[in-house]
Design a protein. Structure first.
Length: 101
């Protein structure tokens, strides 16, 4: 597998975990299990890709498994997934509360 595909898979998984973690901690950001997972995965992939573009050392060496790069991808994807899930959840739940009034 290419390093880019491995990085993307790590970012998606870490983003989904980050999205579900932030929703468990912030009830006003909860989108439901599937919504948290999807928003987190999208945030993880987008944020992880942006982080890789800004910090090229996170791409890892070609053909070699670099634990530091993998850890950086996981942390970046998890944080980005958590942030996107929190933003989308708060906006969605605030708008749903206003519509109910």
């Amino acid at each position: 597998m290419s390093a880019t595909l491995v990085n993307l898979i790590i970012q998606l998984i870490a983003g989904a975990v980050g999205g579900n973690a932030v929703a468990a901690g912030m009830k006003n950001a909860d989108l439901g299990a599937l919504g948290n997972t999807i928003a987190g995965a999208i945030g993880g992939a987008g944020g992880g890709t942006l982080l890789t573009a800004l910090l090229p050392m996170l791409q890892g060496a070609a053909g070699n498994v670099d634990i530091g790069a993998l850890a950086g991808q996981a942390v970046g994807g998890g944080v980005a997934g958590a942030v996107l899930t929190a933003i989308v959840g708060v906006i969605k739940n605030t708008m749903a509360g206003q519509a109910a009034k």
